[in-house]
Design a protein around this ligand. Sequence first.
Ligand SMILES: Nc1nc2c(ncn2[C@@H]2O[C@H](COP(=O)(O)OP(=O)(O)OP(=O)(O)O)[C@@H](O)[C@H]2O)c(=O)[nH]1
Ligand SMILES: [Mg+2]
Length: 317
Amino acid sequence: MTSSCSAIPSRRELARVLTRIDAGDPDVLRHLPSLAIDDADNWILGVTGGPGAGKSTFIDSLVTRLRRDGQRVAVLAVDPSSPRTGGALLGDRIRMVRHVGDADVFIRSLGSRGQLGGLSLAIPGAIRAVIAAGYRWVVLETVGVGQSAVDVARFSDTVLLLTAPGLGDAVQAGKAGINEIADVFVVSKADHDGARETARDLEASIRLAPRAPHDWRPPVVLTSLGDGIAETYEAIARHRAYSLACGQARARRRAHRVSHWRSLYMALLMGDLERAVSSRAGTDLRDQVATGQIDPFQAARDLVHMRAAAEESEDAR
Ligand SMILES: Nc1nc2c(ncn2[C@@H]2O[C@H](COP(=O)(O)OP(=O)(O)OP(=O)(O)O)[C@@H](O)[C@H]2O)c(=O)[nH]1
Ligand SMILES: [Mg+2]
């Protein structure tokens, strides 16, 4: 963080750090690995589901429930398609106005147009930043399609999949393999027709999934505009207890750290690559590639070798 890694940053400092993370600012990378995620008291909840499935509405109610227990909560809306963060976009897509005045709730969207590592770097970075600021619960919201859903699942301790009745979401999600990442299934908009059928379809697909006797069996809960939140909260608590007891939480945090490390490594390599390409030798090679004087594959290998040689001479010094 800015002044010191050990001090708890203010909200304003936190907002500034997140802006830099979102922008892929390489300077901020240096400070992030030192911020631990080891404490099992921190819990990272991934909430995914189709567009308009009711994720933000649901999270709003869940945050109210967590606040009743005195928990400090950070909500990070991960939106790879957003043109920019904050402002109108945040207001449009995150319906959590109830918590705007609450100092113990931090809400922020994350779009990451940063060059370095994209969302797979921004998500673990942002998680570390909010945990360091004392938010013990981190809720990640993302649309349950494509890479961002996978990224969110990779960095979550418990994954909730929301399905609204009548959208064919359950079938679509099943096809995309998204069902496999869910620890708790939430049928949202349960006041709509077809909610019970959707729940039954999900139950049937859960029954069919191969599972050892001691494995976690994802429950299905129904919610609508605040109803069913107690049951969902209880399902999350059960999954958390299971995960902590059987070692799943530890395994996921290990995978989380490795993913973070890989994306940091890629970010550093990308920075290196940019420097190599814009160096004198890189520019010469680029010109030769452009005019067809040299085969691109050969030129790419030349660049790799040049970087390696430069590193060796740096090491020797
Ligand atoms: N009837 C009914 N409407 C709901 C419920 N939950 C959400 N909605 C409505 O569904 C619409 C989408 O809700 P959001 O909470 O914004 O859904 P979302 O999944 O966060 O949407 P995106 O972030 O845009 O993908 C809004 O108009 C909500 O008012 C519910 O339980 N019942
Ligand atoms: Mg939303």
